[in-house]
Design a protein around this ligand. Structure first.
Ligand code: UD1
Length: 427
């Protein structure tokens, strides 16, 4: 198992290009199951979650090949409609194959994902939505078994329906929108998630021949078609990776430029960074950030897009540890997502929890320690804190980071950070 060794105190400087968005890839890849042929997904991030999904799809008979940032997927060889527990437990987004499989092949058997590191993450909205589209759903030994209704003797096919989500859900919107693309008739999704990754999936579906109105809004109208075709698509930039690097630069009082971003997707984050005193310049696809002083304490509440993303909550907490004063962070999306707090305390942070609100008493010099990654974004906050901590820190179990950040240590090294990866016998 790998660990990172970090010596804090170096301001970041330089330029880096942002990778394709992990969560967009995890939306585009399952949607390829809706058509037969060879897909080419440019700008795919070369990271563990993509490999996990490629491996699972590979076992289902889909030929996946990742050359650098180019992912080729041949779906014409699919032989199995089952997503086994061993893959879904590693990565919940594997559950996103459910909608496309039942829409295209009339059947699917997909493991329930179970909980995750920071608490329960239900899939009820996915299941209710598919039932609305006529799927017959049963739960068998930890698996969701879904079957499309028979279509007047013409095989099995989902049918269009009105689907309202009580909660705005990225994954449920993606699962139901993709299933509806091949359903018979029209589907109206209300309170659809607005996240850029949902829009990215919708755009690819349209390229494939789907008829979708209202893309980028909370009401999606999808007129099902009989067939979709394989396409070439470019993956959007990763707004969470970009946000993490912006916060890293601000915390270390450095100056960096991010290339290949979509600044519009980061509006809420940029606004908060400016409130904290960062100087930000946006030019086309580039964002330059400079910070000379300690940040001002800035309260933050996570919200669905276009609000501040929950996936940057832990990193924002690390940032606020550097502020001279007290700030509050509330997570409204995942109220238990605070596994990073006890680890940050080991680095000398002063954070108190009150339900889903963290009170951060910033301004205390952090000191190096050995800490443990618990989940992807929590781990990112530990790296950020270690970059400003005195002396040496070790971050154990960095496989969590490898799920969502491509070679983060190399990219931070390129910006001047003192970080290296080492093998460890720790389990
Ligand atoms: C996606 C992202 C994840 C991000 C999250 C919120 C991917 C692969 N992952 O996760 O990085 O943190 O959006 O922006 O894109 N909910 C239900 N029932 C459901 C589904 C969701 O109650 O059936 C709740 C969740 O518990 C949560 C909220 O809805 O409180 C939003 O979750 P959702 O948008 O579905 O997150 P994911 O799609 O799993």
């Amino acid at each position: 198992m790998d660990k990172f060794v970090i010596y804090g105190g170096k301001p970041l400087s330089g330029r880096i290009a942002i990778s394709g968005a992990k969560n967009a890839s995890l939306a585009l890849m399952p949607a390829t199951l809706l058509a037969q042929g060879v897909f080419h997904l440019h700008n795919t991030p070369n990271l563990r979650d993509v490999w996990t999904l490629s491996r699972m799809l590979g076992e289902m008979g889909v030929h996946c090949e990742l050359n650098g940032q180019d992912l080729f997927m041949d779906t014409s060889t699919l032989t199995s409609f089952e997503a086994p527990y061993e893959h879904v437990k590693k990565m919940r987004a594997s559950f996103h194959v459910l909608g496309p499989l039942v829409a295209r092949y009339g059947q699917a058997k997909v493991s329930l994902p179970g909980g995750c590191a920071w608490g329960p993450r239900p899939v009820d909205l996915h299941l209710k939505g598919l039932e609305k589209l006529g799927a017959e759903i049963t739960l068998e030994a930890g698996y969701v078994v879904a079957k499309a209704p028979s279509n007047n003797g013409n095989g099995a096919r989902l049918r269009g329906a009105k689907v309202h989500f009580d909660i705005s859900s990225v994954g449920a919107t993606e699962n139901i929108m993709s299933a509806a693309a091949l359903a018979k008739g029209t589907t109206l999704i209300t309170n659809a998630a607005l996240e850029p990754e949902v829009t990215a999936q919708a755009r690819m579906l349209v390229k494939m021949g789907a008829k979708i109105e209202g893309i980028g809004t909370s009401t999606l109208e999808i007129e099902g078609v009989d067939e979709l075709k394989a396409v070439t698509e470019e993956t959007i930039p990763d707004r969470i990776e970009a946000g993490t690097f912006l916060i890293a630069a601000a915390m270390t009082r450095g100056k960096i430029t991010l290339e290949k971003t979509n600044p519009y997707h980061l509006s809420a984050v940029i606004a908060k960074l400016e409130e904290a005193g960062c100087e930000i310049d946006v030019t086309g696809e580039e964002i330059t950030i400079a910070m000379n002083d300690a940040p001002k304490p800035v309260d933050m509440t996570t919200a669905v897009y276009p609000g501040f993303p929950t996936d940057l909550q832990a990193q924002w907490m690390a940032f606020m540890l550097c502020a001279n004063g007290t700030s509050k962070i509330t997570d409204t999306i995942y109220t238990d997502r605070f596994k990073h707090v006890p680890e940050l305390l080991r680095l000398g942070a002063d954070v108190e929890m009150l339900d889903n609100t963290a009170i951060i008493n910033g301004g205390k010099q952090l000191s190096g320690a050995t800490v443990m990654s618990t989940d992807l974004r929590a781990s990112a906050s530990l790296i950020l804190a270690a970059l400003v901590a005195e002396d040496r820190s070790e971050i154990l179990r960095v496989y969590h980071l490898d799920r969502g950040y491509e070679a983060i240590e190399k990219r931070l090294q390129a910006l001047g950070a003192n970080i290296r990866r080492e093998r460890t016998a720790e389990f």
